[in-house]
Write a protein that binds this ligand. Structure first.
Ligand SMILES: [Zn+2]
Length: 268
């Protein structure tokens, strides 16, 4: 599933759209079936967690296209005037043909247009974005830390996944961060040193989005199956101490928590 670093990389891949003019738009969602962005100029692409805000100047009106990737949505960028093979186009929710590339949104659960000044109604509830490069990192870290510390009773992984508190961490990151900081995943936030954990998250995620870099990796080893310490490694030995890793499918009363892995020896 997409995490903040995935969306950040996606926004970078979509940058060639900025400055182009929409030649035709095809909204394949009922609510905006008649919407038409023809003639609109793409001003910017702003990733916010798993949300993408694409801002346009449409005949002097500031319009934002809001999309969300949820679990398996994606954007495909193809050459001018091109489309994807027919078997893939069935998944298209939006086709934006521009004076530059064509952008095709596939399986997007959220596709909507709104005035740019109303963006807060769709992303205003979100916490600070750990990959927001328009703000100083210390400010982002301080805000995220304060948000998390205000929820001392929440299990750590659950709070870290709560996009209202901090934005950009998905299940891979929260499992790996709990391991790297030596915390059991369900430790209450109040018993965790939050600030160093968030600082580490920012450093690791910024590394993951470095152009030409290795992508998401926490072990430093980019060989297949070696990238993570605990994520996805049910029953396998801990890379540090050899103890069999534990796995939990969910937490009662915490529907936001997904599959969780940890080392019972390294994490306390
Ligand atoms: Zn271990």
């Amino acid at each position: 599933m997409p995490e903040g670093d995935t969306i950040y990389r996606l926004a970078r891949r979509m940058q060639p759209l900025v400055g182009t003019v929409v030649e035709s738009s095809d909204f394949r969602v009922p609510r905006f079936a008649t919407a038409d962005l023809s003639g609109a100029r793409v001003l910017s692409l702003v990733p916010r967690g798993k949300h993408m805000l694409t801002r346009f100047d449409h005949d002097g009106r500031a319009v934002t296209l809001h999309t969300h990737l949820e679990m398996d949505g994606e954007w495909s960028i193809v050459g001018h005037g091109k489309l994807l093979p027919r078997r893939l186009m069935g998944d298209a929710r939006l086709v934006l043909a521009t004076s530059g590339p064509t952008a095709i949104g596939l399986r997007l659960p959220v596709v909507e247009l709104l005035p740019t000044e109303a963006e807060h109604t769709v992303v205003g509830h979100l916490g600070p974005d750990l990959l927001d490069d328009t703000r100083p990192a210390p400010e982002v870290i301080a805000e995220a830390t304060a948000n998390l510390e205000a929820q001392p009773d929440r299990p750590l992984v659950s709070a870290l996944l709560d996009q209202r508190l901090v934005l950009g961490l998905g299940n891979v990151w929260v499992n790996e961060l709990a391991f790297l900081r030596g915390h059991l995943p369900f430790t209450p936030v109040g018993r965790v040193e939050v600030e160093p954990l968030i600082r580490l998250a920012v450093r690791a995620m910024r590394f993951a989005v470095r152009p030409g870099g290795p992508g998401r990796v926490t072990t430093g080893n980019t060989r297949p199956g070696e990238r993570y310490y605990v994520y996805g490694r049910t029953g396998e030995p801990c890379r540090r101490c050899g103890t069999k890793l534990q796995f939990s499918p969910e937490i009662p009363n915490e529907p936001g928590v997904r599959h969780t892995w940890w080392c019972p020896r390294c994490q306390t």
